[in-house]
Design a protein around this ligand. Structure first.
Ligand SMILES: [Zn+2]
Length: 219
């Protein structure tokens, strides 16, 4: 078993950086509380840390992470309260101005959804029940791209599931009303870790378009 010493030496560096050099920022955050401008809903995947990907400072972003970055619809809010209560806190208490749902390439959760295997144990049942939130995305992808290879189906579903989550966000009256009043903006982002590019869903074109390309950095 690998030990956790790497995390402890990392915490030491954090202390030196944020509690040393940037002590003012943390003092302010402690005294005045947090006022993040955005809520990011991201996947649990260890390669998709929102703060790392956006190079954010502490206090910039409130983060909810779950398998496949899903948002349950309003009718299931209490059933999946771990995610929905965090969203409610960010919107109602912190009054964030943006909600970003960030999906990513090679998402194991979406791959499991597309493979649609029958659960063989309690753990798999739990995961399948959660992934069922994106069942509409799976159905849509199967309907439109039935004969394509699994890799294409999964890639398409990774993006379709983001749209399902954005649609589900709008099913919460306290979110849709803020969106209509111009107090809150919703964004669908997609991190393609293979190309190193960041995409955003553009309703005008109905497609995900590159918003940060990767012409200079080779992976
Ligand atoms: Zn994922």
């Amino acid at each position: 078993m690998r030990d956790v010493s790497k995390f402890l030496t990392g915490f030491k560096r954090f202390q030196q950086s944020y509690l040393g050099e940037q002590h003012d920022l943390f003092s302010q955050l402690i005294q005045q509380g947090q006022h993040p401008r955005a809520l990011m809903i991201a996947c649990c995947d260890s390669r998709c840390d929102p703060a790392l990907l956006t190079d954010c400072d502490p206090g910039d972003m409130f983060v909810v992470r779950n398998v496949a970055n899903l948002v349950p619809p309003h009718v299931q809010a209490t059933y999946f309260a771990a995610t929905t209560s965090a969203i409610a806190f960010a919107v109602h208490n912190l009054e964030v101005e943006h909600i970003i749902v960030m999906g990513h390439a090679q998402c194991g959760g979406i791959r499991a959804l597309m493979e649609h295997k029958t659960p063989t144990c309690n753990e798999e049942e739990l995961i399948a029940k959660w992934l069922g939130i994106a069942e509409d995305a799976r159905q849509q992808v199967l309907h439109e791209f039935q004969d394509k290879p699994m890799q294409i189906l999964t890639h398409t579903c990774e993006q379709s599931a983001i749209l399902v989550s954005l649609e589900n966000l709008m099913s919460y009256p306290w979110i849709s009303s803020r969106v209509h009043q111009g107090k809150l903006a919703l964004h669908g982002w997609y991190f393609d870790m293979q190309t190193g590019e960041l995409y955003e869903y553009r309703p005008e074109s109905g497609a995900f378009e590159v918003i940060v390309d990767n012409q200079e950095v080779a992976i």
